[in-house]
Design a protein around this ligand. Structure first.
Ligand code: C5P
Length: 232
């Protein structure tokens, strides 16, 4: 699995997004389009960024009944994204239906990645609100295993969990890991963070980096620093 840095395009408009991307004159970074930008601009922003030559991770985290997810995934496959995702909590049946919907007539499909437990969910909230009383890391590994059994390509997880996920689900099972910060950078609202270099050591396949690249004076330099540390 080729390692890569994915920039989270957490912007609320086409103008801000394109003026950010215009700064990259030499490289075409792999980018993540999340709910904020997608809901603001719709599928046209996906097509526009794709036509500029970027790979796209469409991070919409689907979670609904299998039939609805299957039909929605078929629409997303038509957008020609490279990676998309759903919540493993929707069950194996939902994940299998999603894969079916995502598979194009020629047999190709974007990488389908599962969200396990959100990193914003604590052990305490999981027990009290979701009535799940197992240790959080055990729950994350179980969801990863279910995703692998359903045929998904990988999971979103913390770099700190990447090694264990590979042990449980195999080395080719992809780990996409946010929560990355430079050693001398701001942590912001992320709690458990690692540097790009440490994420590489821990076995992450893709790191998702937002503010350390988007909210800095020189995003191109920050992106190059990230790829230098992570991809080498
Ligand atoms: O700015 P920052 O580097 O914290 O951005 C991380 C990106 O990864 C954001 O788009 C955030 O929504 C996403 N993400 C995350 N933790 C997860 C899942 C997604 O930070 N567990």
């Amino acid at each position: 699995m080729g390692k890569d840095v994915i920039i989270a395009l957490d912007f609320d408009s086409r103008e801000k997004t394109l003026s950010f991307l215009d700064r990259f004159t030499e490289e075409k970074p792999f980018v993540k389009i999340g709910m904020e930008l997608y809901y603001a601009e719709g599928p046209s922003i996906v097509r526009e960024i794709k036509s500029r030559g970027h790979k796209i991770f469409l991070d919409l985290k689907l979670h609904d009944i299998p039939n609805t997810v299957k039909k929605s995934m078929a629409v997303l496959a038509g957008l020609d994204v490279d990676m998309t995702n759903l919540h493993a909590a929707g069950t194996k049946a939902m994940m299998e239906a999603a894969l079916e919907g995502l598979t194009r007539p020629d047999g190709t499909r974007p990488l389908l990645i599962a969200v396990t437990q959100l990193t914003s969910t604590s052990q305490e909230r999981m027990e009290a609100d979701l009535l799940i009383d197992k240790p959080l890391d055990q729950v994350v590994m179980h969801y990863a295993k279910c995703a692998a059994e359903a045929g998904l390509a990988g999971v979103v997880c913390s770099p700190l969990e990447a090694g264990k996920v590979h042990e449980v689900c195999g080395k080719d099972f992809v780990t996409v890991t946010p929560g990355v910060r430079f050693a001398d950078g701001d942590v912001g609202d992320q709690v458990r963070v690692t540097t790009p270099a440490r994420a590489k050591e821990l076995g992450s396949d893709y790191i998702v980096v937002g503010r350390p690249i988007t909210q800095t004076a020189d995003p191109v330099a920050a992106y190059r620093r990230c790829t230098g540390e992570f991809v080498g």
